[in-house]
Design a protein around this ligand. Sequence first.
Ligand SMILES: Cc1cc2nc3c(=O)[nH]c(=O)nc-3n(C[C@H](O)[C@H](O)[C@H](O)COP(=O)(O)OP(=O)(O)OC[C@H]3O[C@@H](n4cnc5c(N)ncnc54)[C@H](O)[C@@H]3O)c2cc1C
Length: 447
Amino acid sequence: MTPDTRWPTGSVIYWFRHDLRLHDNPSLQRAIAVARQHRVPLQPVFVHDPGQLSDTPWGFMRQSPYRQAWWRMALDDLSSQLSTLGSCLMECEGEPGATLAALAASSQAQGIWCEAVAAPEEQDVERRIRQAGVSLHTHWQSSLLESADLPFAPEQVPDVFTAFRQGVEQAGVREASVAPTVTALPPAWPPTTRLEETLSACRHPPTASSVPIDRRTSFPWHTPACHGGERAALRHLQAYCANKLPHTYKATRNALSDQRASSKWSPWLATGALSAREAMHTLRAFEAEHGANDGSYWLWFELLWRDHFRFLHHKFGQQLYRARGLLKGRVVTPHDPVAFRRWCLGQTGHALIDAGMRELAATGLISNRLRQIVASYLIHDLACDWRAGAAWFESQLIDYDVYSNQGNWLYISGRGTDPRGGRRFNPDKQAQDHDPDGRYRQRWAQP
Ligand SMILES: Cc1cc2nc3c(=O)[nH]c(=O)nc-3n(C[C@H](O)[C@H](O)[C@H](O)COP(=O)(O)OP(=O)(O)OC[C@H]3O[C@@H](n4cnc5c(N)ncnc54)[C@H](O)[C@@H]3O)c2cc1C
């Protein structure tokens, strides 16, 4: 592509990935500093990958309309906040590597800045951008803890969570500090650059913007309180603490379905509309005011699980995506496509499993306990390939997070880092323990 003289030379591109926010975004802060130093525009960009709307090898769309709609809300909120600051979010559609490389070349940008993502597919995109000769500056920021603060080298992060947590706690490592919220931005490219002519890949993507949310949901994301954007995320975090819910977290977190039982931070953490460090920082302020207890401690504990799955990606990378996961030697992976389909549709004949799968399909979210139960059922009772289940969750969950999803599925399958070699949850016992009066199964008895 020939450079176009209508573009301001040497500008900075900021590529938003899973960090759709202005608070605690050190990577964006770096891009702003460079643009200011060189007195050049900073263009915020988001790339919609059409590959996300294609079918998986398992026969369903990679990103359900629910997940698309959740991301749409986060993008709309980001776009509106950027406009208020005199900037403008450019949304492009195309394979991200080629699209960004073409955008950087045609606009004569000095480089692209973005957060680092440690999953193999995302790393391939980064590689493609660099191979095109574009200067790409990534910054790791999605974990609670700073990698450099860990008491282990990246390749020596303990495989077992308890050893990881104890190592962190014994070394006194705490969450990284929160970067100041962006309140001013360098100007974006002038609108006269006429993107459509310069770069044919730039046009608005055909993503779902609204979906029917079943009113039986425990996460009413069709209401303003649960809007997908950063501003609603921060309000939700404040309200969660103002209602003193951290204190009851440990006692309630295993509920099958209850709006107040767990934090519900994950949908916003997934798009990056909320940073884990901001959540922890707010939780520390809550503890300083109202006192810490095992409930508030357990939220830190769970966020450490989230971090552990991230750091395991740094250590094992592509190995986490093999059918055999981290197991050595030849491992048989059975699969039954008919049983898998019945599981997806909530038609296995087991009332609790079917209720969970129906809730997932109708709302884009289920509780952690239900995820464990239905995942275990697919792997250990229906003898299906764990990767098919992980792909279904990826498609359906509005809080889909590559590290946590991959890590948890591997853990339950016994091919990851579970020291007990995998978890089978007895679905009848789980129903007895967590739904003794059958209310949850009754609520989702119909699709
Ligand atoms: C098979 C399976 C697949 C999963 N896929 C995902 C996924 O794609 N995205 C995702 O965010 N979580 C995933 N989880 C983890 C967990 O179920 C969700 O993080 C949790 O249900 C989110 O609800 P919450 O925000 O109310 O969590 P809370 O219970 O309030 O926990 C607070 C935060 O801690 C973190 N957390 C809690 N439990 C876990 C865990 N087991 N693993 C990693 N982090 C955890 C999350 O960031 C969560 O928001 C999966 C779990 C299983 C068993």
